[in-house]
Design a protein around this ligand. Sequence first.
Ligand code: NCD
Length: 328
Amino acid sequence: MNSSQKAYSPPKFKEDFSNKSLVSISQLDMYSLALLFKKTKELKNTSVLPQFLKGKIVTLLFYEPSSRTRASFDAAVKRLGGDTILVENPLQNSSAAKGETLEDTIRTFATYSDAIVLRHPEKGAAERAAKVSTVPIINAGDGIGEHPTQALLDLYTFGEHVEGKDTEEINGLIVGDLKNGRTVHSFLKGLTISWGKQNTPPKIYLLSPYELRLERWFVHELEREGLTITELTDISEIPYYCDFWYWTRVQKERFSDITEYQKVKHAFVLDKKVLDTYGNPDMIIMHPLPRVGEITEEIDEDPRAVYFRSQIQNGMYVRMTLLSLILG
Ligand code: NCD
C-alpha cells in the first residue's frame, strides 16, 4: 500500500496546533478557536513582534489567483522573522506544467520548507496534499470546498465586534454565491463551532439566487450543528436586527456558461438604499473580497463596513498566530 492509499483524516486540533495541517475549519473545537483568538489579540497589541518564525521557510503554492490571502501569509511569515518560497501559477511556471502530480509537487516543496500554504482549484486538494506531506499543509482555498483561514479572520473580526456585548442571540445575514463560495462554507462551519452550542442558536439568514443556494445536505448539517437557517429570496426580507452582514461575490470562475454568470452576478447589490432601509446602527458589514460590484463604493465610507479595515488587517494577525502555533 502506498501512502496515498492509506486512510487519512485531518487531525483534530484540541488546543494543540503543533505540526498539524489545517484542511478544514471543522478540525478546530471551540477551545482551540478561543486559544487562537486570545493569542491573536495579544499579538495585535504587541508593539515589537516576537520572531517566532526565525529560521522557518513557508512555501506559498498558489494554483489560483490571490491577492490578500497570499500577501497576508507572506507578510505574516516575514514579520515573524521567517521567509517564504512563492510559487504562483504552478500550472505554467513549475513542473506541474510538465504533468507532475500535486502529490509530487507537495513531496518536493515539503523537503525545502517547514510548511506549505496551498491554494488549488479542486475541492479536496488540500486533503490530498496533507495526506502525502511531511510538513503541515494550510488550506488557502480548495476550489468550492473550504477556506479555513478566511473563516478564522471572519470569526475573529465578528468576535471583536461583539466583545463585551450581550451576545445571547446572534443574527447574521450571508449573501451571494453560497453554493460555490468556499469562504461561506468555512465561515458557516466556524459559526457552529464558536457559537452553535449556545442556549440560543445563532439565526443565520441566507440570501442567494436560487441556483446558487447552499447545498441541501449542508443546510441540514448546519442545522444539526446548532444553527437556525432561514433562506430568503429577496432583499426586502432582510430582518433589521442582524449583528452582521456577510456579502460575497458570485464566483465567476466556477461557471461553465458565462451567460449564466451574467444573469446572476448582480442579483443582490448592497448600496446605500439597501443599507439605509434594512441595516441597523450596531451591525458590521463583512466581505472576504474581492468585490466585483456587489457592494457599491459609497458603502466603504460607512464605519460599519469593516472589509477594508479590521477584517483585512485581522487576516494577517490571525495567520501570524496560526503559523506560530503550528510551527512555534
Ligand atoms: C476569497 C476566495 O479566494 O475564496 N478570497 C479570499 O481569499 N479572501 C473570496 C472570493 O474569491 O470571492
